[in-house]
Design a protein around this ligand. Structure first.
Ligand code: PLP
Length: 402
């Protein structure tokens, strides 16, 4: 057997050969589109925004490329990122949230994935545990476990996906290094309201005091701006001092392929200079230094802009109303661009196979730590949803008849 003969990391070999379920479906979708035409495949699998980046981004790219200053555009910036963009982001955050951040609190990254991996690596010591809430972004497990720590998923209340504080209370112990919070949530679309954030902060403060060491909050916020109907997303650093924010422009500016985001380490974090140094160290150890230079400069010019979110809201309403009418059950999402729908049979994988017969590509929820559901990414064209509705209806009917 090949695996036994090759002298390489078994852990990395397995990670690389067992692709994520989402990637697997993405590949199937491309294959199926080649067979029957892209318009006949209803791919709801991946969180790739279909709304274009704002015109300001296009303009900034054009202007920058015409400036002909190659070193400025394409040269290395400092490892933690160019001071100009970090100043611009700090000012924007201060303006929006009444905070007092500076360029020195920010570390530019290749998106939220890198931000998370850096933060976990920077904080992790032998025996550490990182808590998160179900359902959660499956890569958390990869990031935490490959850093040599343990991921502890804490299940939420089943009808609302809001935090179950009794379970959280039981899960926190002397090994807890951090709690990873993702609001608005991928895959449920749930937003944690101020009351929840306050309660969470109080519990973490009490526990940190009891165990005599900080418990960090890692706020994974790529969907912060993707909220509907005036929903407010509390800014975590204002409620809990030991908060590190992982941000990305993948969703808010529709730039997932450009790999640009940041980590925020506020001064209020205990020993913040040391934590920031550890972030720089983790960036160095992982080879995540100097985020893409061109897009650092683009962000400096476009900070505060957001893609047109009206399509997502329209898609959410269209899909939610139709699916609930067909008999599906699903929480009404306040943010992000996913519906988390109860599968019509206990095994979500079997349900997704059945959906494939209608050319519907959905993601089973098992890897999100919450079996029995499917994730439907509605960051697609409204037309795709309209064309897919009869397939969703037929799928529901096939269960009603059974
Ligand atoms: N965190 C969550 C919750 C996500 O949904 C994603 C991507 O979909 C990421 C992190 C990674 O985003 P990025 O493209 O910025 O690496």
């Amino acid at each position: 057997n090949l695996e036994e003969k090759i002298m390489i990391s078994r852990e990395m070999f397995l990670l690389g050969s067992n692709r994520s379920v989402i990637r697997e479906i993405f590949e199937y979708s491309k294959k199926r589109a080649a067979e029957i035409g892209a318009e006949n495949v209803f791919d709801f699998s991946i969180g790739n925004p279909n709304v274009p980046a704002p015109e300001g981004v296009h303009q900034a790219v054009r202007e920058l490329l015409e400036s002909e200053d190659d070193i400025y555009l394409h040269g290395y910036t400092s490892a933690q990122g160019d001071t100009g963009v970090r100043n611009a982001i700090a000012e924007n955050l201060n303006h929006r949230f009444g905070t007092d951040f500076k360029a020195e609190n920010l570390y530019m990254t290749c998106g939220a994935a890198a931000s998370l991996k850096i933060c976990i690596t920077a904080l992790r010591e032998e025996g550490d545990e990182f808590i998160t809430f179900t359902p959660f972004f499956p890569e958390y497990r990869v990031f935490v476990e490959t850093a040599g720590a343990k991921l502890v998923p804490v299940s939420t209340n089943p009808d609302s996906f809001q935090i179950n504080f009794e379970r959280l209370d039981e899960a926190i112990n002397e090994h807890t290094k951090a709690v990873i919070v993702n609001s608005p949530n991928n895959p449920s679309g749930v937003v944690f309201q101020e009351e929840t954030v306050k309660k969470l902060s109080e519990m973490l403060k009490t526990k940190a005091h009891r165990y005599g060491h900080p418990i960090y909050l890692i706020a994974d916020e790529p969907y912060r701006e993707l909220v509907y109907d005036g929903t407010e997303v509390p800014y975590m650093t204002k409620y809990y001092a030991n908060t590190l924010v992982c941000y990305s422009y993948s969703k808010s500016l529709s730039l997932p392929g450009e790999r640009i985001g940041y980590i925020l380490v506020p001064d209020a974090v205990d020993e913040s200079a040391m934590v920031y140094a550890a972030v720089c160290g983790a960036g160095r150890a992982l080879g995540f230094v100097c985020a893409p230079s061109l897009f650092q400069h683009v962000i400096e010019r476009c900070v505060g802009q957001v893609s047109d979110l009206s399509v997502y809201k329209k898609n959410r309403d269209l899909l939610y109303n139709a699916l609930t009418e067909y008999g599906y059950t699903c929480i009404y999402p306040d943010g992000a661009f996913y519906l988390f729908v109860k599968a019509l049979e206990p095994d979500a994988y079997a349900f997704c196979e059945k959906a494939k017969e209608q050319e519907l590509l959905l993601v089973p929820s098992d890897d999100f730590g919450c079996p029995g559901y499917v994730r439907i990414a509605y960051c697609v064209t409204t037309e795709q949803i309209e064309r897919a509705l009869p397939a969703f209806k037929a799928l529901a009917q096939s269960y009603q008849q059974a």
